[in-house]
Structure formats: structure tokens, C-alpha cells
Design a protein around this ligand. Structure first.
Ligand SMILES: NC(=O)c1ccc[n+]([C@@H]2O[C@H](COP(=O)([O-])OP(=O)(O)OC[C@H]3O[C@@H](n4cnc5c(N)ncnc54)[C@H](OP(=O)(O)O)[C@@H]3O)[C@@H](O)[C@H]2O)c1
Length: 309
């Protein structure tokens, strides 16, 4: 059971570790990695670190021209909020006949204003969860027995579980933070069920890093939260650099220490403990690693996307 295994293992890495430090001594030559969102923030730091360790990295991008400016990695077009785009990307990749060793699902949006996509889906659930659900399952024919899939979740999952009766906020008023929290819980449950189905999978909280993710959080709100000062400088001591923020997802994707583990929520380059604290800091909520909820979300996601997973 995932819940019983949510305990620190003493990895030797921690809060301050960087992606390069985690990869020291690991040779990824000949390996292929797909990093969604691999052209900004934590995804870009992940792309750079994996490429430096020898991997060939493919970056599916909503804005390919921006991605080509940001990285030397292979770039292709993908809009996670558009299921036709997800299918087209997966078909192109599968047609190339290549295998996937590592998949890091780092793309995401946070606290976006109420927006509907596809058949009326709420944008954060559609992008952060349903897009990745369809992408991974469509790409599964290219997985090997050793493929690892990493879902970049967040401590924000602690704000909300899955709103089973109203995932798209059609009955109750939209709340941009509840919608983000739900989508990040979905990222964890996805990893739990994917692992249960035989694909080694982890969910991670990267830490707090000031990136473009905060584009929907006003300067006033960032000031009020104590993230920045009036000049825009980061003042919160709990913030990490992007290279530190990428460390846990890179660790999840490659660490030999995790070769016999899976279906777990990780943070600070270690397995996280369960929490029911209101402090909203470290740990994973019980409802996010519940196997029954993971199976239920899988079925719901299959029904919504029409992807036979
Ligand atoms: N930064 C933090 O403090 C923090 C904390 C906890 C969890 N996280 C998680 O970490 C992940 C990465 O965040 P970040 O800080 O690196 O943010 P970021 O710098 O904004 O990067 C997010 C990436 O996702 C892409 N993306 C957004 N919508 C997309 C779509 N519809 N289709 C394809 N790509 C799309 C963005 O592309 P465009 O620029 O083209 O939109 C961008 O490349 C997110 O899942 C976030 O929830 C971050």
C-alpha cells in the first residue's frame, strides 16, 4: 500500500540539493527523456540537467518558438489543454519508432482565472491532469520495462482533494486555488494508479520557486504572501532556485535508490511523510495517495478523455 510506504529513506540529498548534484555519476547516454514544460522554470532546469548527463531530451511545447529560444533540446508542438493536440503529438512521436526511458510531466498552470476548454472542462484540471493523463497513456506503446514517469505535483495538493461531484466547478462557484489544489491531487493519484498498473511512477513536490508559474498571482498578492519585497526581490527563505527545484523530479526519474519503489510522493529528494497538519508545508495528504481514489480518478479520466488506458 502506498500510504504505508510514505516514509523518508534518508537519500543523502535534501532541500538544497541541485539537479546536477543528484545526477553526479549517473550516465544517461542513449536514454530518451520527454519533459513537458521543459522550456521554462523547473522544466527547463530539468531539461538542462538531463541533457548534461547525456540524455536526448524532447520538449513538447505550447509555444515552440519560445521553446527553441530557451533550449537546444528537440522541440515539438503540444497544447495539453487540447486533446486533439495531445493525440497529434503522441502519434508523431510513436511514428518515430523511438522508446521513452524518462517522462517528466512538469508543464502546469496555477491559479488561472476561470476558463473552459474542450467540452467545458475547467482549465487547470484539463491542463495539469487530463492533458498529462492522455499524453502518458497515448505514449505507453513507447515505454520500456524500465520507463519512469514523474508527475510534478505540489504541496498545493493539500488545499483540495478531487471534487468528485463537481470537478469542473459547474455547480459551485469557481475558486482558482481549489482548482489548482484539485489538479495537483490528481497528479499524485495519477502516479499511484499508473504505478499500480505496472509503469514505475512518482509524484513530486519540487519546493517553492519563483517562476512564470506565478503569472496569475499579482505583485500585491506576492508581497502580501511574503514571497517578495517591494522591489521584486525574493525574501522568503523557503524559496529554492530552479536548479534546486528540479532536483526532486530528476531524482525521481533516475535515482538507483528508487529502483525497487514506486507510486510514492516525494519532496526534497526523499520520500515524503503523510501529514494532516494545517501548516501546508511538507508531507502528503492521505486522500492523495489513496489507492481507491486513484483507481476512481483513472476511470473518470478515461471517461472524460475517451482514452482507453
Ligand atoms: N514554481 C513553484 O514554486 C512550484 C511549486 C510547486 C509545484 N510546482 C509545479 O511545477 C511545475 C512547473 O512549474 P514552473 O514553476 O516550472 O512553471 P513555469 O515556469 O510557468 O513552467 C510551466 C511550463 O508549462 C507550460 N504549459 C502551460 N500550459 C501548457 C499547455 N496547455 N500545454 C503545454 N505546456 C503548457 C508552460 O508553457 P507556456 O509558457 O508556453 O505556457 C511552461 O513551459 C508545475 O506543474 C507546477 O504546478 C511549481
Amino acid at each position: 500500500m502506498t500510504k504505508a510506504r510514505q516514509h523518508k529513506i534518508g537519500s543523502g540529498f535534501g532541500f538544497h540539493s541541485t539537479a546536477d548534484e543528484v545526477l553526479a555519476g549517473i550516465d544517461l547516454s542513449g536514454k530518451l527523456a520527454i519533459v513537458t514544460g521543459g522550456y521554462s522554470g523547473l522544466g527547463l532546469a530539468t531539461t538542462r540537467a538531463l541533457a548534461k548527463a547525456g540524455a536526448h531530451v524532447v520538449v513538447p511545447a505550447r509555444r515552440p518558438s519560445l521553446a527553441r529560444e530557451a533550449t537546444d533540446a528537440e522541440v515539438d508542438e503540444l497544447d495539453l489543454a487540447d486533446q486533439a493536440s495531445v493525440r497529434a503529438f503522441a502519434d508523431r512521436f510513436l511514428a518515430s519508432g523511438r522508446r521513452i526511458d524518462i517522462m517528466v510531466n512538469s508543464a502546469g498552470i496555477m491559479a488561472a482565472p476561470e476558463t473552459r476548454v474542450g467540452p467545458g472542462w475547467e482549465l487547470q484540471f484539463a491542463t495539469n491532469h487530463l492533458g498529462h493523463f492522455a499524453l502518458v497513456n497515448r505514449l505507453r506503446p513507447a515505454f520500456t520495462d524500465h520507463t519512469r514517469v514523474v508527475s510534478v505535483s505540489s504541496s498545493g495538493h493539500q488545499v483540495a482533494g478531487i471534487r468528485w461531484d463537481d470537478p469542473h466547478f459547474t455547480r459551485e462557484p469557481y475558486d482558482r486555488w481549489l482548482a489548482y489544489g484539485q489538479s495537483k491531487t490528481a497528479n499524485v493519484l495519477f502516479a499511484v494508479q499508473l504505478d499500480a498498473l505496472g509503469v514505475k511512477s512518482f509524484a513530486v513536490h519540487p519546493g517553492r520557486i519563483l517562476t512564470e508559474l506565478a503569472r496569475h498571482v499579482s505583485k500585491e498578492e506576492q508581497l502580501a504572501n511574503g514571497w517578495i519585497d517591494e522591489h521584486g526581490n525574493i525574501v522568503d527563505p523557503l524559496f529554492k532556485s530552479p536548479e534546486q527545484g528540479a532536483a526532486t523530479q530528476v531524482w525521481a526519474a533516475t535515482a538507483p535508490q528508487l529502483s525497487l519503489r514506486g507510486g510514492l510522493y516525494l519532496e526534497d529528494c526523499d520520500v515524503a511523510e503523510l501529514t494532516d497538519s494545517d501548516a501546508m508545508e511538507s508531507g502528503v495528504r492521505d486522500y492523495a495517495v489513496d489507492p481507491d481514489a486513484a483507481a476512481r480518478l483513472w476511470t473518470l479520466s478515461e471517461e472524460l478523455t475517451g482514452v482507453d488506458a
